[in-house]
Design a protein around this ligand. Structure first.
Ligand SMILES: NC(=O)c1ccc[n+]([C@@H]2O[C@H](COP(=O)([O-])OP(=O)(O)OC[C@H]3O[C@@H](n4cnc5c(N)ncnc54)[C@H](OP(=O)(O)O)[C@@H]3O)[C@@H](O)[C@H]2O)c1
Length: 283
């Protein structure tokens, strides 16, 4: 935490501290969330599979800010993952949940096994629902808190070649939007971040081409994490970045759904987006 925090920073800490949990907090946007929250004076539990990256992030954030970072090395796809998170946090006062982890899984739907498609739903839908229920209940008891769910522009209409992933992101958007109203009655701020392209290592690894119709604007993980923290308590669902908001407005309001799906198909084909590690992830 800064030596002289502003009133705004003190309000953030009072509303969403003293602890935050970032599910999927070792790299890319997840690491940016951990850094953003640490800089705002929150202690953070960072959950992910890569223990080395988590340890590096812990050392960096603790040296820079006066906060404690705990790491939980865990595969959120494991059947006991929910219980492990509950157990590891039972003595902590968690005021903010960020569910960032996701299984990207781009490719032709029928070319990938059903086990893999099931894992996409488990990591992207089941776990955020379970953790929102658990931490939401604890926040309700304390009368305050915040939850950020990561969604995507793919949530707004069907996205060929990332169809199952897009459908899971729609689940998060609709879950969060509904809960925004319910949880507000309990003093809990919910916001869903529907991001466009973010320059995370995951995304960079996954695409190799160039879009011929509309080049999707790219945002840095730091910018997206900062915007999401700022939107807490202000918006139920938001699209970070002016250009992303403009494109999503055109696709949702000015184009037919059919045309939007075709544009999405062309863009994904052009970018040759492919999740090359998908099969290995489920063993
Ligand atoms: N990147 C984009 O262009 C983009 C666009 C729109 C929306 N989004 C959304 O933004 C979020 C982050 O995007 P990103 O994919 O680029 O990822 P990222 O934040 O760069 O990395 C994903 C994080 O989740 C962790 N993770 C992945 N699988 C996990 C598992 N089975 N168990 C535990 N942790 C796991 C990863 O760490 P380990 O590998 O160490 O486990 C990593 O810390 C996602 O929700 C995504 O849907 C991204």
């Amino acid at each position: 935490m800064k030596n002289n925090p502003t009133k705004k920073e003190n309000r953030f800490r009072a509303g969403y501290g003293p602890w935050a949990l970032v599910a999927g907090g070792s790299t890319g946007l997840g690491a940016a969330y951990v850094r953003e929250l640490a800089s705002r004076g929150l202690n953070v539990v960072a959950v992910a599979r890569n223990g080395e990256k988590l340890a590096g992030l812990k050392a960096e954030c603790e040296a820079k800010h006066q906060v404690e970072i705990r790491t939980l090395v865990l595969d959120l796809l494991d059947s006991g993952a929910f219980d492990r998170v509950v157990d590891a946090t039972k003595e902590l006062d968690i005021g903010l949940l960020v569910y960032n982890a996701a299984f990207p899984n781009a490719g032709v739907f029928l070319d990938r096994g059903v086990e893999l498609q099931r894992s996409v739903v488990t990591l992207n839908c089941l776990r955020p629902m379970e953790l929102t229920h658990h931490f939401g209940s604890l926040m309700k008891a304390r009368g305050k808190g915040g939850i950020i769910l990561m969604s995507s522009l793919t949530a707004f209409n069907g996205s060929p070649y990332i169809a199952n992933y897009g459908a899971t992101k729609a689940f998060n958007m609709i879950l969060g939007e509904g809960l925004w109203y319910e949880l507000k009655q309990n003093g809990i701020d919910m916001t869903v971040c529907c991001a466009g392209v973010i320059t995370t290592p995951n995304f960079d690894e996954g695409f190799s081409g160039k879009a011929s119709l509309i080049e999707p604007p790219k945002m840095s993980p730091e910018e997206v994490a900062r915007r999401a923290a700022e939107m807490l308590g202000r918006k139920a669902v938001f699209v970070p970045g002016g250009m992303n908001s403009f494109l999503s407005f055109i696709m949702r309001r000015l184009m037919s759904r059919r045309a939007a799906v075709k544009l999405m198909a062309k863009t994904v084909e052009d970018l040759s987006i492919e999740d090359r590690q998908a099969e290995q992830r489920v063993g």
